[in-house]
Design a protein around this ligand. Structure first.
Ligand code: ZN
Length: 527
């Protein structure tokens, strides 16, 4: 078993790797120092002043930063990790940011069959470690389908049993995405009852909350709901990609922070993660059209656009959606290979000398005719700049905040979140310092999710070790070229295996499925 305090290499002992003379940020709050990190097998065996070990591989880290491999607690990395192609499963998008561990099953999407899922990933071989959530979505869907109703007592029991199963198979906790149907149909009490099964097994409540804006109960109402779920279920609450989305809630970060701090003062353990981008990813049709206009799909939409009276209604409702999104200047068109690529909707409208709604409708119409509604490659992809810089900055400075990517296709956050945060928020704007950036990307995250033996550079811990160049470490992906690998990672070890060497993935699939040991409570039925 893990021996944290005892194991430490002696100067005359052979080790596999010595990383020599780097500036060591160990993932904790302690001051960085120049020193060595030694690795034997899959473990760190020494962290401290220059030790003079004999090693097969000595890495000169002079002038470089040495840190624990980064941990990304909110990802949609499944597509890469489950690819039939091993070269894809190494998960280069994350490795090249210095990330050694990703969490999946977020937003309430995780399967209750955690053991089976973990075994499959472990057997096929993946490049990063993977940790799992059991998700409220599949749990509710298996019992209630898409029904917009409350479960009866027997149904609730079945849902609880599924959560218990996922927890006993090694999930970190229960994830929810109450913004999304059918999870959105659940009232607070139902979520509490289900979450309690994770609580009594040591899990946390990880939520894409019900409302990040003004769609239903409002941002603050939604924050209060999540805290209340944690309070009643008796478990830590973690907000995924915490943000104030849309002009209606800009400036509310302070109130969100006050609500979280008040809960923490009362003993509810509340934390959050955040991505360092001002835009979320969307499509023009989803962002601007009223829902009824797209009911029935592309052909129905085209028909409505040809009816003058219906078109007038659509245009009227688009006006409010545009306002909520921050106007046409806040929508950057990012689909590749179109005349409008890289321009804002406002710029395109000016060029075409039409109202911005009509410019949007022209793009949507062309795309639907060419590809169908909501199809990839149709030209309607937008980066929707709906967050205020001041809110993002303020949230980032909180002692309970950690870094996440929410990495998903079509947005640069999948390939560049960690270096983007480092470049823009540490180096250029100094919103946080380097030690805080590392802590928010390693040790604090490991603490929140109780990851055993990870997140810190400590003797006896797993050798997830990152060496990056403080000058060269930078994002290359941006909104119009979202799939560029990041630069500046010199070395990344995953479980002691070199996964990135001078900015290139080695092809090693050294990641492991990180399953929590079954809690004692797994013998207990119900709660
Ligand atoms: Zn989400």
């Amino acid at each position: 078993m893990l021996c944290v305090s005892g194991a430490s290499a002696k100067a005359d002992e052979a080790v596999d790797v010595v990383i020599r003379g780097g500036m060591i940020y160990d993932g904790s709050d302690s001051k960085p120092f120049v020193g060595d990190v030694a690795i034997r097998g899959d473990r760190i065996v020494y962290v401290g002043p220059a030790g003079g070990y004999a090693a097969d591989r000595v890495i000169d880290a002079t002038g470089l930063i040495v840190a624990p491999g980064f941990i990304d607690p909110h990802t949609h990395a499944d597509g890469f990790l489950r690819s039939p192609d091993k070269a894809v499963r190494v998960n280069a998008a994350w490795l090249n940011q210095g990330v050694s561990t990703v969490m999946i099953g977020v937003d309430g999407a995780g399967t209750p069959d955690v053991a089976e899922d973990a075994a499959q990933l472990q057997t096929s071989g993946v490049g990063t470690n993977v940790a799992f959530f059991v998700g409220f979505g599949p749990v509710r869907q298996r019992v209630l389908g898409q029904d917009a109703r409350a479960p009866d007592a027997a149904e609730l029991d079945r849902m609880r049993a599924l959560v218990a199963k996922g927890m006993c198979e090694g999930a970190l906790g229960l994830s929810t995405g109450l913004f999304y149907a059918p999870q959105s149909f659940a009232k607070t009490g139902e979520v509490v009852a289900v979450a309690r099964e994770a609580a009594i097994r040591g899990g946390l409540y990880d939520t894409h909350q019900r409302d990040e804006s003004t769609y239903s109960i409002g941002l603050l109402g939604s924050v209060r709901e999540a805290i209340e779920i944690g309070r009643q279920a008796g478990m830590p609450v973690h907000f995924a990609h915490l943000k104030a989305l849309g002009v209606d809630v800009h400036g509310q970060a302070g109130a969100v922070i006050a609500a979280i701090d008040a809960a923490r003062a009362e003993g509810v353990d509340v934390t959050a993660d955040q991505y360092p981008w001002l835009a979320s990813g969307s499509n023009l049709d989803a962002a601007l059209l009223p829902r009824w206009a797209v009911d029935g799909g592309g052909p129905a939409l085209l028909k409505r656009l040809d009816e003058p009276a219906t078109l007038a209604r659509i245009r009227a409702e688009m006006q409010d959606n545009l306002r909520r999104r921050g106007g046409a200047g806040a929508l950057l068109l990012i689909a590749q290979g179109f005349p409008w690529t890289g321009q804002t909707l406002e710029q395109v409208a000016a060029e075409w000398k039409v109202d911005s709604r009509d410019a949007a409708l022209r793009i949507i119409r062309q795309s639907v005719q060419a590809k169908g509604l909501g199809e990839r490659g149709g030209g309607t992809s937008v980066a929707s700049f709906n967050m205020a810089q001041a809110d993002v900055d303020l949230l980032m400075q909180q002692p309970w905040m950690v870094t996440s990517s929410d990495g998903s296709d079509g947005h640069p956050r999948m390939f560049a979140t960690f270096p983007e945060k480092y470049l823009r928020y540490v180096r250029e704007r100094q919103v946080i310092d380097l030690a805080t950036f590392v802590r928010q990307s390693t040790g604090r995250t490991a603490d929140i999710y109780k990851l055993d033996g990870r997140g810190y550079l400590r003797s006896g811990y797993y050798a997830d070790v990152l060496v990056f160049d403080p000058i060269e470490y930078r994002p290359r992906a941006h909104y119009v070229n979202p799939r560029e690998l990041s630069a500046g990672v010199r070395k990344l070890f995953v479980n002691g295996v070199l996964a990135v060497d001078d900015g290139r993935t080695t092809g090693a699939a050294a990641g492991r499925a990180l399953l929590r040991p079954p809690p004692r409570e797994c013998a207990i039925k119900g709660g």
